[in-house]
Design a protein around this ligand. Structure first.
Ligand SMILES: NC(=O)c1ccc[n+]([C@@H]2O[C@H](COP(=O)([O-])OP(=O)(O)OC[C@H]3O[C@@H](n4cnc5c(N)ncnc54)[C@H](OP(=O)(O)O)[C@@H]3O)[C@@H](O)[C@H]2O)c1
Length: 295
């Protein structure tokens, strides 16, 4: 049995990823990482209502990616189970994410960037060193943000040799600039913070792939999906998710499942579009456009 942890698994894309893994791979056990146990249990019950057998292949793990203690406790619990089963953890899907409204800018960075780092730093030691996968769910907002970003930020966040100090440096610059910026439009500020956090998460993926060469670590976008996160966008503009061409959560799982289960394990440090094709970090590539062939 392969063991996989999905963060933010109680709803939206995280729950859809867990469900698709259970549907398609009968040899996978899924830890449903949820910051709220009650919401996690409700999600597990929904999966069990679809197929009772899923209850034997799922467990809710309390996991708030912004809390060092929570991530540490979650890792201890999963480690104990893996040891008892005589196996290692096969995969991590870093899905937990927030948009910048109603969350503040600091929380967006805490969840979307630092959360991803925190989870791998704690869980790396229980990953299978022969065959493990990490998928960081980022967003096309990252490349969109970088396409018009300050040249220094763009250079740092697309550098194949980027370091954690470099990423922290641009985070500090971003926080100073947004504080002083004349942006009065809260929606624009929120969009900018979200895009920046995802550009940083893509750069972190490149760094993690370099630091942990025995693990295939990649990022991807799910596409534009109708969830609580994007419904905020719709309501801000007074539009309906269907008019905005949003797809259902179950249609947003393919790039994640490809990286988690199917891609060649040598693919590492890449960012994929929702069509499972490699995309650049600083320019939007639409599904169906030619694959990115850069370094
Ligand atoms: N929807 C899209 O079109 C789209 C596009 C590109 C990328 N993404 C990315 O896809 C991921 C999933 O988003 P979604 O659209 O499915 O949004 P969603 O429905 O709002 O789900 C977000 C999930 O993240 C969890 N979460 C938030 N903060 C957390 C924390 N501190 N610790 C642990 N879990 C936390 C939420 O838990 P609670 O229920 O407890 O809040 C929820 O389970 C995000 O990373 C998002 O940026 C989405």
């Amino acid at each position: 049995m392969k063991r996989v942890l999905v963060t933010g698994a109680n709803k939206g894309i995280g729950r859809a990823v867990a469900e698709a893994v259970l549907d398609r791979y009968t040899d996978v056990f899924v830890y449903l990482g949820c910051r709220n146990l009650e919401r996690g249990t409700d999600a597990r019950n929904l999966l069990g209502a679809k197929n009772h057998e899923y209850l034997s292949r799922t467990k809710v793990v309390e996991l708030d990616v912004t809390s060092e203690q929570s991530v540490c406790e979650a890792e201890k619990g999963v480690r104990r189970e893996c040891e008892a089963a005589g196996t290692a953890l096969y995969g991590i899907v870093n899905n937990a994410g927030v948009y910048s409204l109603p969350a503040g800018i600091a929380e967006v960075l805490e969840v979307n960037l630092f959360g991803i780092k925190r989870v791998l730093d704690h869980f790396y030691s229980i990953l299978d060193t022969e065959d493990a996968r990490v998928v960081n769910i980022t967003s096309a907002s990252g490349p969109n943000y970088l396409s018009s970003a300050d040249p220094l930020v763009r250079r740092v966040l697309t550098d194949s040799q980027v370091t954690w100090d470099d990423i922290q440096h641009v985070v500090q610059l971003f926080l100073q600039n947004i504080e002083n910026a004349a942006i009065v439009d809260q929606a624009q500020k929120a969009s900018s913070a979200y895009g920046f956090s995802k550009a940083c998460a893509n750069a972190l993926t490149v760094l993690q792939a370099r630091l942990f060469p025995s693990v295939a670590i990649n990022a991807c976008t799910p596409g534009f999906i109708d969830t609580d996160l994007t419904r905020q966008l719709a309501s801000m503009t007074g539009r309906d998710p269907a008019d905005m061409d949003m797809k259902l959560p179950r249609d947003g799982v393919e790039s994640t499942l490809f990286l988690l289960m199917a891609a060649a394990p040598t693919t590492t440090g890449w960012y994929l579009g929702s069509d499972c094709k490699r995309s650049p970090l600083d320019t939007y590539r639409a599904p169906g456009d030619p694959e990115f062939k850069g370094n």
